[in-house]
Design a binder for this molecule. Structure first.
Ligand code: NAD
Length: 491
């Protein structure tokens, strides 16, 4: 990839929509308020987008409610075709979308392109699922009556998404909701609203009727979205973000008994057994740890390595991680971008300091990066003691803490020693061990000899404090369908 020029960057930002998208119209926030979007690699303001008031958010819900009945009746084939056209537009505009995403989120262009392809896949997948919503017809056990089971859209949805995957965390919800016949109000993270606004423009161009998708951007998420969660016209809340915010939103959602899906934090263990192919494990670790600069809920948070291969694994991983180039994501040759903001960098810095103070060694990295942005060096920590916070807390940065284990039972116990349960990675060549370990892991997903699990065709989601509900796969659309049973009297 060649370096993106300043003019290219400016053109993309200028062309990007910056208003609220409500009822098919782009409009300013009430009172003309705006919020600044920052480039985390320079700390400079990239753009100003509308900063919605609670009244603006209610107007977005009004539009979603008004569009719901007609949208639920819209032919499934056409709902699918809109998604398919949107997927084609996303793919055709990958270059431009990637620049926008890199500028607001920081990840290198190649990673933005990978996210855009992944995000688009949810539209392609759910375009195909829209026409496969089925019911059942059965004879009642006593033979007298009949039972008809039908699936219907849940109704207007509220979606709240994080900044780390600005597009994909939206399309995982928007795709199945459109396919199922639901309308929605989406609130992207305030750090990365531009990608979601660009997606709204694409969906409108693809023929999505007015009011089906509404997007509000806001600096105060709680104040803006609180009234929507309390509004009895909303029927579903799907949230992706931190566990602490998810817990708060669940409490709020209980007032209206809103249906809820929660995609929350993670603390993924990466287990390498003595019988593993160490080179393959290092390759997988690079993906599991360094994808998105470690700012992923699926990021390998801690490496538990069998004692016999721990030194080899550490040396090889440190060599790979130490050779990564840190820098601005639009520059050629950059492998790792900045963290999203100073707060996130502070968390990473504190976790590394704590581990080192307790006896860990920084084999590579361990320092902030140069430059004005929120850079932190890709880091490998060896000999991390069991009481280091870095093993317990979500790192959300390019830091790989390594610790060792002596037997399988200890490995599984260490893996499960967390309140989170999103994903785990296991490297072993022993089939029986693989199945035993996979069955013993308390997670919603496992990467077996594979460092990446995300796939639009698979059910993504967690257990324990990582939440519930599944996005993608055949399960993904279930989150947006209610079941209605009809008892039929044949007498
Ligand atoms: P966050 O919880 O701070 O914010 C997520 C979203 O919630 C943002 O849009 C934010 O504006 C909004 N928000 C915050 N407080 C709110 C409130 N009181 N009311 C309504 N909305 C509110 O999380 P983040 O820092 O943006 O994202 C990082 C977290 O997301 C990590 O914990 C990560 O593991 C998690 N995550 C999980 C998944 C998954 O699928 N399980 C995927 C990506 C990220």
């Amino acid at each position: 990839m060649s370096t993106i020029t300043a003019t290219q960057e400016q053109d993309v930002v200028e062309r990007a929509p910056k208003g609220l998208f409500i009822g098919g119209q782009w409009r300013d926030a009430t009172g003309g308020r705006t919020l600044a979007v920052e480039d985390p690699s320079t700390t400079e303001t990239l753009a100003e987008v509308a900063d919605a008031t609670p009244e603006d958010a209610i107007a977005a819900l009004d539009a979603a409610v008004a569009a719901q009945a007609a949208w639920a009746k819209h032919p499934p084939r056409e709902r699918g075709e809109i998604l398919r056209r949107a997927w084609e537009l996303i793919m055709a505009r990958t270059d431009e979308l990637a620049i926008l995403m890199t500028l607001e989120m920081g990840k290198p262009i190649a990673e933005s392109k990978a996210e855009i392809a992944y995000a688009g896949e949810f539209f392609r997948w759910f375009a195909e699922e829209a026409v496969r919503i089925e019911g059942r017809y059965a004879q009642a056990p006593n033979g007298a009556g009949r039972m008809l089971t039908m699936r219907q859209p849940v109704g207007p949805c509220i979606f709240i998404t994080p900044w780390n995957f600005p597009l994909a965390m939206g399309t995982r919800k928007i795709g199945p909701a459109i396919a199922a016949g639901c309308t929605m109000v989406v609130k992207p993270a305030q750090q990365t609203p531009l990608s979601m606004l660009a997606l709204a423009q694409i969906l409108a161009e693809a023929g999505l009727p007015d009011g089906v998708l509404n997007v509000v951007t806001a600096s105060s998420s709680g104040r803006t979205m609180g009234p929507l969660i309390a509004d009895p016209r909303a029927r579903k809340l799907s949230f992706t973000g931190s566990t602490a915010v998810g817990q708060r939103l669940m409490q709020q959602a209980s007032e209206q008994l809103l249906r809820v899906s929660m995609e929350l934090g993670g603390n993924a263990p990466f287990l390498v057994f003595d019988d593993a192919d160490v080179d393959a494990a290092v390759q997988g670790a690079m993906l599991a740890k360094m994808r998105n600069g470690g700012e992923a809920c699926t990021a390998a948070n801690r490496f538990h390595v069998g004692e016999r291969v721990a030194d080899e694994f550490t040396t090889k991983l440190a060599e790979r991680i130490g050779s990564l180039k840190l820098g601005r994501g639009t520059q050629a040759g950059v492998d790792v971008g900045p963290l999203i903001d100073d707060g996130q960098r502070g968390i990473v810095r504190d976790l590394v300091s704590d581990a080192i103070a307790k006896g860990a060694t920084a084999v590579v990295g361990g320092q902030e990066g140069d430059g004005r942005g929120y850079f932190y060096q890709p880091t490998v920590l060896a000999g991390v003691p069991a009481d280091a916070k870095v093993l317990e807390e979500e790192i959300f940065g390019p830091v790989a803490p390594i610790t060792s284990f002596d037997d399988e039972e200890a490995a599984v116990a260490a893996a499960n020693r967390t309140e989170y349960g999103l994903v785990a990675y296991v490297y072993t060549r022993d089939l029986k061990r693989a199945l035993r370990v996979v069955e013993g892991l308390e997670t919603g997903m496992v990467g077996l000899n594979q460092g990446i699990v995300s796939n639009a065709a698979a059910p993504f989601g967690g257990v324990k404090h990582s939440g519930f509900g599944r996005e993608g796969g055949h399960e993904g659309i279930e989150e947006y369908l209610d079941t209605k049973y009809v008892a039929i009297n044949l007498d």
